[in-house]
Ligand binder design. Structure first.
Ligand code: G1P
Ligand code: ZN
Length: 544
């Protein structure tokens, strides 16, 4: 195998964000751009000679050429084996599982998650460590630092690999194994949930379902598990074929983007459960007949009912949520007397807690829920969790949600996103908020009296690492919160996220529309940050 060293020049913008390096495809197509970043990752890692790397992506445009490049670079840099999903496909949770199951050194996942795909859209690359989870900040900082000084990369002069053919081949000491991307994951799901009960509930017609794969990675996974293994009708899975441009849509599972699903779920013929997943299969949206379950509520309901699921029958060691996620799960943890951790946004912060056994379930308001079965959030796992709950409780989604609210109260919740704001304007908004923080505590805005106003900082209870400036929090005496933060996954300008939350014990108010219930907080958020005033926008780009 001929290995060559190609001279290169650094790019200055290869700083990974909340979840890997995400840029426009055209940025990745610049000469040596992908190669530089991959080499920067390999240069920052130690002692991987002869070890295994898992490789796959969500199938978006540029996935296939990127995989060929990475195969040649992994060979040149001394990895012993690559495990690749057939067609270059692997969902993010499936990749996490493969890393763990094969005791691999790590993995490279090619995805920009819920961002659109295609020639002029987004691409991304993310490194996961040996526990199967996203590389922690210490790693991603090192990748970035290395990318700024890189002067050459190593690549093997080998032919392109046929990634569509399952099987192993050797090039001298280097082994390339192409596997079925679904099989190991399906087996893992079978070990967690009661597939017998699910099959019976679906077969008898007690549960009907609709899953929207959004032309992204979960299509093949959903068809195999929901249709082939559990017996759902083939038309239960829509938009099942992965497409390089996701059919021109945002593969983002929320009511704004999963429109076909939303239309069906809010109609007289709605099935029992409606769900969707995102580009790389780690997000989930849960709906029932005429009801949308917020991800924060979903996490809390899962935590409250986990004992009904075979894998969690012995209870939970603890739970965690990202800081902007509603406090609904905190109430469950308090009533069960288990710890609840509050982490910064991004799944990587759950890794240590899961590894240390401090938590079993965790989630984010951004349609992410997961458990200790892998080290990523997991879209189909969440769908199976809900199916299993419905089957065990023999209740509709709406009944499960209302019962939960009656018991714990409802954390009325919404997120308002202002996308593609000019960076300088976004920075001025954050500066303005920051400057107000010292004077806010104990100020009263109608019924809302400020209890605390700060910037969230997190000290990891396992390794003691500290992450500062993780979002601006304004908490009120009545438990309500407004949180502001800038997105770390966008690729155009800046995205301001405003998270709004209000606690309601009174069951007669539980059915209120969230935007109506939160209207005072929405007004107050604008008063504090002036995003509309400063951008001239009249409303958020997306409300979830
Ligand atoms: C967003 C979500 C965050 C999630 C991340 C990756 O990041 O808010 O919860 O972990 O995508 O899916 P953000 O764009 O807010 O930085
Ligand atoms: Zn994703």
């Amino acid at each position: 195998m001929q290995i060559v060293s190609i001279p290169t020049h650094p790019y200055t913008d290869q700083n990974p964000g909340t979840s890997g390096l995400r840029k426009k495809v055209t940025v990745f197509q610049q000469p040596d751009y992908l190669e530089n970043f991959v080499q920067a990752i390999f240069d920052s890692l130690e002692d991987y000679s002869g070890k295994t790397l898992v490789l796959g992506g969500d199938g978006r445009y540029f996935n296939r050429p990127a995989i060929q490049t990475i195969i040649k670079m992994a060979a040149a840099n001394g990895f012993g084996e690559l495990i690749i999903g057939q067609g270059g496909l692997l969902s993010t949770p499936a990749a996490s599982n493969l890393i763990r199951k094969n005791k691999a050194f790590g993995g490279l996942i090619l995805s920009a998650s819920h961002n659109p795909g295609g020639r002029d859209e987004d691409f991304g690359i993310k490194y996961n460590v040996s526990n199967g989870g996203p590389a922690p900040e210490s790693h991603t900082d090192a990748f970035y630092k290395r990318s700024l000084t890189i002067s050459s990369y190593k690549i093997a002069e080998i032919e392109d690999t046929d990634i569509d053919r399952i099987g192993s081949r050797h090039i001298e000491n280097f082994k390339i194994t192409v596997i079925d991307p679904v099989a190991d994951y399906a087996e893992l799901m079978q070990s967690i949930f009661d597939f017998g009960l699910l099959k019976q509930s679906i077969g008898s017609g007690f549960i009907t379902l609709l899953f929207d794969a959004m032309h992204a990675i979960t299509g093949p996974y959903a068809k195999r598990i929901l249709v082939d293994m559990l017996g759902a009708t083939p038309d239960s899975v829509i938009n099942a074929e992965p497409l390089e441009d996701f059919g021109g849509h945002h593969p983002d599972p929320n009511l704004a983007h999963a429109q076909e699903l939303a239309a069906r779920m809010f109609s007289p013929t709605a099935p029992t459960l409606g769900a969707a997943s995102d580009g790389d299969g780690d997000r989930n949206m849960i709906t029932g007949s005429n009801i949308f379950v917020t991800p924060s509520d979903s996490l809390a309901i899962m935590a409250a009912n986990a004992r009904l699921i075979p894998a969690y029958a012995y209870g939970l060691s603890g739970v965690a949520r990202s800081m902007p996620t509603s406090q609904a799960v905190d109430r469950v943890a308090a009533s069960y007397n288990i710890p609840c951790y509050e982490t910064p946004t991004g799944w990587k912060f759950f890794g240590n807690l899961l590894d240390a056994g401090k938590i079993t379930l965790c989630g984010e308001e951004s349609f992410g829920t997961g458990s200790n079965h892998v080290r990523e959030k997991d879209g189909l796992w969440a769908v199976l969790f809900w199916l299993n709950l419905i089957a065990r409780k023999r209740q509709s989604v709406a009944d499960i949600v209302h019962e939960h609210w009656r018991k714990f109260g409802r954390d009325i919740y919404s997120r308002h996103d202002y996308e593609a704001i000019e960076s300088s304007v976004a920075n001025s908004i954050v500066e303005r908020l920051r400057s107000q923080l010292p004077e806010l505590p104990s100020q009263a805005f109608g019924e809302f009296i400020v209890k605390y106003a700060d910037e969230f900082s997190y000290e990891d209870p396992v390794d003691g690492s500290v992450s500062k400036n993780q979002g601006i929090r304004i908490g009120f005496e009545n438990g309500s919160r407004i949180i502001f933060r800038l997105s770390g996954t966008g690729t155009v300008g800046a995205t301001l996220r405003i998270y709004l939350e209000k606690f309601e014990v009174d069951a007669s108010s539980h059915d209120q529309d969230a935007q109506v219930s939160l209207s005072e907080l929405i007004k107050l958020a604008e008063q504090l940050c002036e995003v509309k005033k400063r951008t001239g926008r009249t409303e958020p780009t997306v409300i979830t």
